[in-house]
Design a protein around this ligand. Structure first.
Ligand code: ADP
Length: 367
């Protein structure tokens, strides 16, 4: 964990402003020789407590990738570096995990004023109990969403809305109630704020998938734009595209079919992360100019050894978000391919280290 000094760097008011609306969880991880049988009590080989939650991980990714490791050092080293002020909106319980989650994010440079501490009805902070079978690396996870699903914080954070008005890019995932995500999408559209959606975990029901599809399509064919950036992995792509399986994404045809589906719903930039295969991306502009092939496969960065892929997707989303908000704050056209390449570099560092938030690189490590 970082030193105890609070990070001031991302508070600079002239930086573009990213808001992450999403989950915060404390991960309790036991490493075992086998998954316990019903009724079995066993000792773990090792145990770790670490801050997590997709929302929190992505906020920390934006903040760490915006500043140097040394606390107090302003990260705005030069004008060509994508940096941002990062705010988290979410909720924790009034308990030790909640206090630790907020303090940890703050130390890494995230503004946590929008993280409410709920103190009623015995609400606890979100907890993920993760059991990792060491021989296979397979994990089993029990997620107790607690405050992430508690209703009180849905009533808004700033001026009655969910989104702080100074926000220039809103990042959403699906670890909070879907209706809240849909409300935030609606609010962002009304405010003209671009959205990066990482639809993870993948919607589990057809009803949820259809609701999201309707939300994607809401801006289509109007002067309001749809989702600016959809960043998702293979499982999430297969869950969202009707009739598509994960193995379909092994071929360029399958990738192209998924990309066309999302672009057809009005998504402007579609970015599918493919683990060790890299990334397939397509944009509304490239499809307009193409004669058949809509997207492009970008290879991953070469890594010496993959140690733990936890947090890879969140790191990727964080760096990509920085590139997107920086381009718009500079009044430049967004270069999706350049953003993908830089995000590949950031997440390649993450996969070579253990842990989630701890494995995300700082800006100076990327340089
Ligand atoms: P998620 O964690 O959301 O499932 P992925 O597994 O697709 O996301 O990984 C996200 C990104 O992390 C990839 O697009 C790639 O840039 C990087 N990455 C993942 N695995 C590797 C790997 N084996 N080698 C290099 N980069 C990787």
């Amino acid at each position: 964990m970082a030193s105890s000094a609070s990070a001031p760097a991302s508070g600079s008011s002239d930086l573009p402003h990213i808001t992450v609306l999403g989950s915060l969880n404390m991960d309790l991880v036991s490493y075992v020789s086998h998954h316990p049988e019903p009724g079995e009590t066993m000792a773990s080989n090792a145990f770790a407590i670490s801050p997590g939650g997709k929302g929190a991980n992505q906020a920390v990714a934006c903040a760490k990738l915006s500043r140097s490791r040394s606390a107090g050092q302003d990260s705005k080293a030069d004008n060509a570096t994508a940096t941002a002020h990062v705010s988290m909106v979410g909720a924790v319980g009034n308990d030790a995990n909640g206090a630790a989650l907020r303090a940890n994010m703050s130390r890494q440079g995230v503004d946590v004023d929008g993280v409410q501490v709920l103190d009623h009805d015995g609400i606890t902070s979100g907890v993920a109990i993760i059991v990792v079978d060491e021989p296979t690396g397979q994990n089993r996870i029990i997620l107790s969403p607690g405050a992430n699903y508690a209703f009180a914080w849905h009533e808004g954070v700033a001026g009655g809305g969910l989104i702080p008005p100074q926000t220039q890019l809103l990042i959403l995932q699906l670890e909070i109630p879907l209706d809240l995500v849909l409300r935030a999408l609606h609010e962002a559209k009304a405010l003209g704020i671009p959205v990066l959606l990482n639809p993870a975990p993948a919607p589990a029901t057809e009803e949820a998938r259809a609701k999201l599809e309707a939300a994607f399509a809401a801006g289509k064919d109007t002067k309001d734009k749809g989702i600016a950036h959809l960043v998702l992995n293979e499982t999430e792509s297969a869950a969202l595209v009707p009739g598509l399986t994960v193995s379909d994404l092994d071929t360029t045809e399958g990738l192209s079919r998924a990309a066309k589906y999302f672009l057809g719903l009005g998504v402007e930039n579609i970015v599918m992360t493919l683990g060790g295969r890299g990334v397939y991306y397509a944009t509304a502009t490239t499809v307009a100019q193409s004669n058949g092939e809509v997207g492009e496969l970008v290879p991953p960065e070469k890594v010496k050894q993959v140690v733990d892929t936890t947090g890879a997707g969140d790191t990727f989303a964080g760096q990509y978000a920085l590139e997107a908000v920086y381009a718009s704050s500079q009044g430049r056209a967004f270069d999706c391919e350049a953003a993908v390449r830089k995000s590949n570099r950031a997440s390649a560092i993450t996969v070579q280290r253990k842990g989630a938030q701890d494995s995300i690189p700082w800006l100076d490590e990327l340089e």
